[in-house]
Design a protein around this ligand. Structure first.
Ligand SMILES: Cc1cc2nc3c(=O)[nH]c(=O)nc-3n(C[C@H](O)[C@H](O)[C@H](O)COP(=O)(O)OP(=O)(O)OC[C@H]3O[C@@H](n4cnc5c(N)ncnc54)[C@H](O)[C@@H]3O)c2cc1C
Length: 455
């Protein structure tokens, strides 16, 4: 057994990759995958499976990989997950399966995400399909939103013989996977491939359909036997400071959507991105990292500004590490209080204050206070707000569906059943901004409930 520690995935050189949108991490070779797989102990009670929200049989797929049976490894993963090439890339494994791996107690946990990615990429390369033959049921389900929650729900229902139609407001399916997460972390060809697999299962995807306007939720309820709402949380938050309406202030979602979905960085784009010289991205989460790294690739002198310290940065450690390697400057313990503009209302800078951390509150999180008299000005011509997002309930317009005090869709103890009779919901629209795998888990749960209801 190899145990010289984890096999680290090769990556593009930082000074090369910060000028292109190609994938940063290059994947394992077969030799690297087998070497990493050989480190797995195949625990009798595998904690890693408990750590995976969709309970992939991790030791079993790694065992198949060790025997060099990639197809079997893929079939094992496919029993629990319909988006493995995506999860292998963007799941926070360090907080889930890999955090539970016993190898991590004294050394490096198994690189489960990297192995999952290897298996899924081989499946794409070799066109593996998992043929499922079930009798068709005469039951029709509408899914609102084609993010990971909607796609997963659709996949599980189609495999169980349901007739499924997804309604998506944008012109491409995939939700945040398509319009939010940048190409250099998640190539769009991978998302398109996973969407294609769903279509092969018979799922219909109707794009450019804003539910709530083109068709209402009540109409879907009448026309379909069940409805799943997975509309995400795509509504950006702003700070409410002076100058925020200036030309040159964006939400991170807008910047990322323009780059990922509209190709706004290309010369011939119909929705070009304003070419800034210096940009500050306000926030410290994954979305902030994606926005700042994307801007860097467009040749912008791109900075992060975050009001707490490095320790509290909510982004994945790997994303922060990659951003620093690529030359992003982190301005920590600083916060803008005003955006400074010229006569044409263009951004020319920000008035910023230094911040100090306070002792942790009841939730264990340290607060911040402004350092008196620390106001100073930084020059920039673009400010990007990456302060979190909330749900956009356009799809629920005029529907009597119950919402929580946090303005999220209310579900009962089952986790996905809403207050309306044949309507289920899951993903960010129910939890608030969370993760791909949690959205998938919700999609799976809802599909299971719908299947049980009609069996
Ligand atoms: C920039 C960014 C980076 C991220 N990085 C990661 C990461 O690395 N790892 C991770 O695990 N998570 C990450 N996340 C979070 C993750 O992407 C989300 O938690 C996940 O996508 C939620 O899935 P969902 O299906 O609930 O919603 P979404 O992915 O938001 O999909 C909702 C879909 O519903 C559609 N829709 C909305 N309203 C309507 C309507 N009225 N009619 C029709 N369609 C509608 C939307 O257009 C969208 O396609 C990231 C999020 C962002 C924004």
């Amino acid at each position: 057994m190899n145990d010289g520690g984890k096999v680290i995935m090769r990556a593009q050189e930082p000074n090369v990759r910060n000028k292109n949108f190609e994938e940063v991490e290059l994947g394992y070779t077969k030799e690297e995958a087998l070497k990493e797989a050989s480190r797995c102990l195949h625990c009798k009670i595998p904690k890693c499976v408990e750590g995976c929200p969709v309970n992939i049989m991790i030791p079993e797929f790694i065992a198949a990989l060790k025997e060099d049976d990639v197809k079997k490894a893929y079939d094992i993963i496919s029993e629990s997950s319909s988006l493995p090439a995506i999860c292998g890339r963007v799941c926070p494994q360090e907080k889930q399966c890999e955090a539970k791996c016993v190898k991590g107690i004294k050394g490096d946990s198994i690189a489960i995400g990297s192995l999952e990615r290897y298996v899924a990429d081989e499946a794409i390369k070799n066109n593996f399909t998992t043929i499922i033959k079930v009798p068709k049921k005469n039951k029709h389900v509408a899914i609102v939103g084609s993010g990971p929650a909607g796609l997963t729900c659709a996949g599980d229902l189609a495999k169980a013989g349901f007739d499924v139609t997804i309604f998506e407001v944008l012109h491409k399916a995939g939700g945040v996977l398509t319009y939010g997460i940048p190409e250099f972390r998640l190539p769009k060809a991978i998302v398109e491939n996973q969407v294609k697999s769903l279509k092969k299962l018979g799922v219909r995807i109707r794009t450019n359909v804003p539910v709530g306007n083109a068709i209402t939720l009540s109409e879907l309820q009448e026309k379909f036997d069940a409805v799943f709402v997975g509309t995400g949380a795509g509504l950006p938050k702003f700070m409410g400071i002076e100058g925020e309406d200036a030309s040159g202030v964006f939400s991170a979602n807008e910047i990322l959507t323009r780059i990922n979905l509209m190709g706004g960085f290309k010369e011939d784009s119909k929705t070009p991105i304003k070419h800034a010289k210096t940009a500050y991205v306000i926030g410290g989460g994954n979305v902030a990292m994606d926005a700042v790294r994307s801007l860097k690739r467009l040749g912008v002198d791109a900075h992060i500004m975050y009001r707490r310290s490095e320790e509290e940065l909510p982004a994945r450690k790997m994303e922060v590490h990659h951003a620093k390697e690529e030359g992003i400057e982190f301005n920590l313990l600083q916060n803008p209080v005003k955006i400074i503009v010229d006569e044409q209302n263009n951004v020319t800078g920000m008035e910023v204050v230094d911040m100090e951390l306070t002792e942790p509150g009841e939730d264990g999180r340290r607060g911040v206070v402004e350092k008196e008299g620390s106001n100073h000005v930084v020059e920039c011509d673009m400010v990007v707000m990456a302060l979190g997002t909330g749900p956009n309930h356009e799809a629920l317009k005029e529907s009597p569906i119950a919402l929580t005090s946090r303005n999220l869709i209310e579900v009962d103890e089952s986790g996905t059943k809403t207050s309306l009779d044949n309507v289920y919901a899951g993903g960010d629209a129910v939890t608030g901004a969370a993760t791909v795998i949690l959205a998938m888990e919700a999609g799976k749960k809802a599909a299971k409930q719908i299947i049980e209801r009609f069996s």
